[in-house]
Design a protein around this ligand. Structure first.
Ligand code: NAD
Length: 324
């Protein structure tokens, strides 16, 4: 069953934190389209008002500009909320290596504030963004929950700590938490700008503008690139999952494996461009290969991703062609 057929009690209220970001704004859109009430929280630090502008006058959407580092804000926005999808955080491994204290404040303290506020306000389900980077230096593929290595960056550590709190909040307070270990998500509204942008939107924009792209390392690194629709499905299926599956973390990916250099060529072909990339040094904190075993999410969340890489990249390219 696709997520659009899921049914939640009428008048259910959903809160999406990080609603002006890439994943958050897509969740807002999906949940509004399903007919439910959505509240969105964002401090517009890495997200953009333009990502939510089209929903702002929708009767079922309310935007609150605020910061997850402030517990009172978190308490206020979770009042009367049934389901929380907590996406607000600072991303990027290299940036976290430059500013670890900030990551601790936003990603750890902010997430703890959101869990605590959700506990106080009797939220039914608390689904939060974790990351495949919690696997750290574990070399075996595919990545499987329960087989993690040592984390390689402050960012990854913040996600690991989030997961520990997620487990504890289920055990100690019976808050139903679900950690979503996203694997390199891509799709509409992902920011192509800046030094810390994700590779797919960055390559697309550079190719469209006839600018050379830099590939870190030899380009032979691989990732389980995951289209945004699969991530929306995972969040909504987690809201619908039984209580016994709470307190755990789940790989959220398609279960495929794409090489960076091949993606670059695929984008060149699709955009009818030809541009020799520049090869840069390997990035600190990066791993060579990543590919997910998604059987745990399939079994316990009924996650059944419908968008493979090729279908997703075509949809993403179409969106960027119209919107860049
Ligand atoms: N995109 C991916 O490939 C990926 C992979 C793994 C994990 N994640 C996680 O998924 C979540 C969403 O990522 P994204 O790609 O949409 O990033 P994003 O930067 O587009 O969105 C994050 C949003 O959170 C907001 N935010 C940041 N700090 C905040 C604060 N203190 N208070 C309130 N709002 C704040 C930002 O303004 C932004 O709108 C993050 O937790 C990220 O770590 C993303």
């Amino acid at each position: 069953m696709g997520y659009k057929e899921l049914k939640f009690p009428e008048q259910s209220v959903f809160l999406v934190t990080g609603c002006a970001g890439f994943i958050g704004s897509n969740l807002v859109e999906a949940i509004i389209n399903m007919g439910y009430i959505v509240r969105g929280l964002d401090n517009l630090s890495t997200g953009f008002y333009r990502n939510i502008e089209e929903f702002i006058s929708h009767p079922n959407f309310e935007f609150i500009e605020g910061d997850i580092r402030d517990l009172d804000t978190c308490k206020k926005v979770t009042e009367g909320v049934d389901f929380v999808s907590h996406q607000a955080a600072w991303g990027s491994v290299p940036r976290s290596i430059e500013m670890p204290l900030y990551y601790e404040e936003v990603n750890i303290k902010g997430t703890l504030n959101m869990m605590e506020a959700s506990r106080i306000n009797n939220v039914k389900k608390f689904v939060y963004a974790s990351s495949s980077s919690v696997y750290g230096d574990e070399p075996n593929l595919p990545k499987k929950e329960g087989r993690e290595g040592n984390v390689l960056s402050p960012y990854s550590l913040t996600k690991k700590v989030n997961e520990e709190y997620g487990r504890l909040y289920k055990e100690l307070y019976n808050l139903d938490t679900y950690g979503m270990r996203y694997f390199n998500v891509f799709g509409r509204r992902q920011n192509p700008e800046g030094a810390y942008a994700a590779v797919i939107p960055k390559f697309i924009k550079q190719l469209m503008n006839d600018e050379p792209s830099t590939i870190n390392g030899d380009g032979k690194q691989s990732r389980d690139f995951t289209y945004i629709e699969n991530v929306i499905e995972a969040n909504l299926k987690a809201f619908n999952a039984p209580n016994e599956s709470a307190g755990h973390s789940y790989n959220i990916a398609f279960g495929g494996r794409e090489y960076l250099i091949d993606i670059y060529s695929q984008l060149e072909n699709a955009l009818e461009k030809s541009m020799q990339p520049i090869y840069g040094p390997d990035r600190n904190g990066d791993i060579k290969h990543s590919n997910a075993d998604i059987s745990k999410a399939r079994e316990f969340l009924e996650y059944d991703p419908e968008w493979n890489f090729d279908k997703g990249i075509q949809a993403a390219i179409e969106w960027y062609k119209e919107n860049l």
